[in-house]
Design a protein around this ligand. Structure first.
Ligand code: FAD
Length: 287
């Protein structure tokens, strides 16, 4: 099913997983997706070589298993730096033969050997993908993209991307919902009218939180730091504090009428289940 059709009907609930690397097999990744699907997400997204992990080959395979094996809508990510039109054509053919109708069009991060070939920005990729009849999402950044210091300019670039044909947006992770509400208002003023799905990452340790925020430039509010200080050195208490914080965050988003909530699950079904339960508790999702 096209995600644009889902978002036209209801506020969504979805998960992100990343394809296997190292010892994890495609079958194990399918097990993760199957376990997440016990919570009936509207879709599961699959990352594409995120962080330079080199696992982009598996994205379409995992997407196929989500669509065909698990029976849930898949959203396949695609980054375009370093890709030619023929690379993208080959990827689109793989998606279509796997029955995948949704793609998240991304530029990707700059890295040695990953220079622009046929696409410089995600807004160059979006119209190219739309020609294939796919439903195309794009990324957005409530606190601004890490390379762009001027929020207004970043929003101007976002408007170009949306006008190039984006059907929906998914946000970068954020920890302060006020950042998102301000961003939503600014989008509204700029007449950026596509649905904006909130991407939320439950943190499970201080180190993980530091790594995530350093990579993407998201800020850590003082109340998150206070929760972690209260949790002390115990890894179990730190994880519980992170899960609790994310539950409160998504309940507040649900109560503020967001278009959708997307959980960066880190391939951990128990985290996905904890987020689902919080949203059932507040009436956002059916019991
Ligand atoms: P763009 O929209 O192209 O923007 C990139 C930068 O260029 C911004 O600073 C923007 O302001 C600027 N810009 C845009 N258009 C113009 C223009 N016309 N002129 C001048 N400047 C312009 N990475 C992965 O490798 N794999 C993944 O699977 C993945 N999944 C992600 C999922 C989500 C929901 C998000 C939010 C990010 C994801 N990323 C992933 C990270 C993403 O690739 C990086 O954030 C990347 O640096 C930017 O990608 P983008 O598509 O937002 O780029």
């Amino acid at each position: 099913m096209k995600i644009s059709d889902i978002l036209a009907q209801r506020q969504s609930f979805s998960y992100e997983i990343f394809p296997p690397k190292g010892d994890m097999s495609v079958e194990q990744a399918e097990q993760v997706a199957t376990a997440l699907c016990e919570n009936h997400p509207d879709w599961i997204s699959v990352t594409f070589s995120a962080g330079g992990s080199g696992n982009s080959e598996r994205t379409a395979d995992i997407g196929r298993r989500i669509e065909r094996g698990v029976g849930t809508t898949a959203l396949a990510h695609l980054t375009c730096l370093g890709s030619s039109r023929s690379d993208v054509d080959a990827y689109v053919r793989r998606l279509q033969s796997a029955g995948i109708e949704n793609v998240l069009a991304l530029r990707g991060d700059h890295a040695p050997g990953r220079e622009a070939i046929d696409f410089t920005y995600a807004s160059d990729l979006v119209p190219y993908l739309k020609e294939s009849g796919l439903c195309v999402g794009g990324a957005c950044y409530p606190e601004g993209h890490v390379e762009c210091e001027d929020l207004d300019q970043d929003l101007e670039h976002l408007k170009i991307k949306v006008e190039s044909g984006v059907d929906f947006l998914v946000t970068q992770l954020f920890f302060d919902n006020e950042d998102f509400y301000r961003f939503r208002e600014r989008c509204d003023r700029k007449r950026i009218k596509v649905p904006i799905v909130c991407g939320i990452m439950p943190f499970t340790s201080i180190r993980q939180l530091q790594r995530m925020t350093f990579n993407c430039g998201a800020s850590i509010p003082a109340r998150v730091v206070k929760r972690l200080v209260a949790a002390g050195d115990d890894p179990i208490d730190q994880a519980a504090a992170g899960i609790r914080y994310a539950q409160e965050q998504i309940v507040d988003l649900a109560n503020n009428g967001v278009d959708g909530i997307h959980i960066y699950s880190m391939n951990r079904p128990e985290i996905g289940a904890a987020m689902h339960d919080a949203l059932v508790g507040c009436g956002y999702l059916p019991a």
